[in-house]
Write a protein of this length. Structure first.
Length: 440
């Protein structure tokens, strides 16, 4: 029998997909969830699955675990994508699931990257989750508290999946070498130490590790039916330096802080560098765009009122295009924010007002600026003495709009940067006018 060459093996499907665990025994990692006597394992084996959210970093088995659950519970498995699935498509499949339930067929709907679904898309699942037509399993790399509608989240149990240990990934790499779904039909000569290097390089991402192994073996030298992996093969395929960046850990917050403070310090070079660090490490561009939008008001505000427009436009551009093309939009935004005049007066004004609001939650609204939609309210002097500013000659009035106990309180104090110079002059004119006419 002729030895089958490695390169004759059908490899249309990526190695990570071919080696996807088929049952709980093959699944690696997440012992805190599916270990012996752990909650999720007991739910699966007892066929008592409810809607749930899997929250964890990429490549830790969220999709695989959802498929295993469907297989173990003999359920129909349907996947949805935020990019290709509109509300119409979702409702059509949900109605089919409704009919299947009547026939005794269970349906598991898997929504990968559920945080990318908009509110309307998420809401489309809600009635079918409520009446039990489907079991929804959503997968997300982002905190579900901020990314998933509260109504939907309240009906799902959240399971946190952890980054895989290097030893877990090593198990998967060894299996890929010996299993017929991987390279089991070929003779591959690769050392245990080399497999450990690949496992460590993956930073807890099984998919990344298997993809790297596939690349290394495919590019290795085959001689007399034996594929030998050398150190040179490994170094060649591991040219991209692993970036120190944990999307859910301390370094995530360190680097977003570095970006924010670089823009605040008007340092476009540092800002672009920290932006690149995040994007190249796989950060969601929408998260960065949201942070830039906050920065536009918190640190620039009225000093450059176009900053918020730029931030919102870039946020929309990231939605339209996605990575990697939207990197230039984000670069444009952080450079603009870095060079814009700075002012935190809007944020300071709100914090001052917030402090008073919390202490004086029961402070009544002055009668003069209350509406009087009924005769009773009119009789109680609601709206009495109100002056419509547009009818006034200078478009100004002397009415006091703060509660009496706060009359004359100042929250907003304009700065001396950019547009705020003009706003400061205007505010001084308004205050002088009111002082003069109140005295008069």
């Amino acid at each position: 029998m002729e030895q089958e060459s490695l390169f004759d093996i059908p490899t249309n499907e990526p190695l990570a997909s071919r080696m996807r665990p088929r049952n709980l025994n093959e699944f690696v990692g997440q012992k805190h969830l599916i270990g012996v006597n752990k909650l999720l394992r007991k739910m699966i084996l007892a066929d008592r699955i409810s809607s749930m959210i899997f929250w964890g970093p990429p490549g830790v088995g969220k999709t695989t675990l959802a498929r295993i659950i469907a297989h173990e519970t003999k359920s129909k498995f349907i996947t949805f994508s935020a990019v290709t699935s509109g509300i119409k498509e979702i409702k059509m499949v949900m109605e089919e699931a409704d009919q299947n339930k009547k026939l005794g067929i269970k349906t598991i709907v898997f929504v990968d990257e559920i945080h990318r679904f908009n509110k309307a898309q998420q809401d489309a699942f809600l009635p079918f989750v409520e009446k039990g037509s489907i079991v929804l399993i959503g997968a997300t790399t982002e905190n579900p508290s901020f990314e998933i509608n509260s109504a939907l989240l309240s009906r799902c149990r959240v399971f946190v999946l952890k980054e895989l240990a290097s030893d877990d990934i090593l198990v998967l790499l060894k299996r890929a070498i010996s299993d017929e779904r991987g390279f089991g039909k070929a003779k591959v000569n690769i050392s245990l130490d080399d497999l450990k290097v690949i496992a460590n390089f993956a930073n807890g991402d099984a998919r990344s590790a298997l993809t790297t192994l596939d690349m290394i073996i495919t590019n290795a030298l085959e001689k007399e039916g034996i594929v030998t992996v050398t150190k040179e093969n490994i170094l060649e395929c591991l040219t991209k330096k692993t970036l120190l960046y944990d999307k859910n850990g301390e370094e995530h917050y360190n680097i977003i802080s570095a970006l924010h403070k670089s823009m605040r310090n008007s340092d476009p070079d540092a800002a672009v560098y920290w932006l690149a660090r995040m994007l190249e490490a796989g950060e969601d561009p929408i998260y960065i765009a949201r942070r830039i939008t906050r920065f536009a008001s918190e640190d620039i505000g009225l000093a450059d009122t176009n900053a918020l427009n730029v931030a919102i436009n870039v946020y929309q551009a990231c939605h339209f295009i996605g990575m990697p093309e939207c990197n230039v939009h984000l670069a444009e935004a952080v450079i603009y924010m870095s060079l814009a005049p700075k002012s935190n007066t809007c944020d300071v004004a709100y914090q001052r007002a917030s402090a008073d609001a919390k202490k004086m939650l029961a402070e009544p609204v002055p009668l003069v600026i209350r509406n009087a939609p009924t005769k009773l309210m009119e009789d109680l002097d609601y709206g009495k003495g109100y002056i419509y500013a547009h009818d006034a000659q200078d478009k100004l009035t002397t009415m006091e709009c703060l509660p009496p106990s706060l009359a004359g309180k100042t929250y907003y104090e304009p700065g001396e940067q950019g547009n705020e110079i003009r706003f400061k002059q205007r505010l001084e004119q308004i205050k002088e006018w009111k002082k003069k006419h109140r005295q008069g």
